[in-house]
Design a protein around this ligand. Structure first.
Ligand SMILES: [Zn+2]
Length: 66
C-alpha cells in the first residue's frame, strides 16, 4: 500500500484527499487512485484525469461523432 507523509505523520491515501488538475479546464478535483490503478494505469505522473464535467463532455462528443 501507499501512503503520504507530512511532517513525519502518516496520511492514508483516500478517494477524497488526492488531487489533480483537469488538463482541459484546469480545475482542481479529487481523483480516486484506486480507480486509476485498477484501470491498469500505474503512471501517477503521466496520467491525466479529466474532471467529471470534462469527462462527461468528452463522452458526449464521442457519442455524437460515431
Ligand atoms: Zn475539466
Amino acid at each position: 500500500m501507499f501512503y503520504l507523509k507530512h511532517e513525519g505523520k502518516k496520511l492514508d491515501i483516500r478517494e477524497d484527499n488526492v488531487f489533480t488538475v483537469c488538463p482541459i479546464c484546469g480545475k482542481e478535483h479529487t481523483v480516486d487512485l484506486h480507480d486509476i490503478l485498477e484501470g491498469g494505469e500505474a503512471d501517477l505522473y503521466g496520467t491525466a484525469v479529466y474532471c467529471p464535467d470534462c469527462a462527461k463532455q468528452r463522452m458526449q462528443d464521442k457519442a455524437e461523432k460515431s
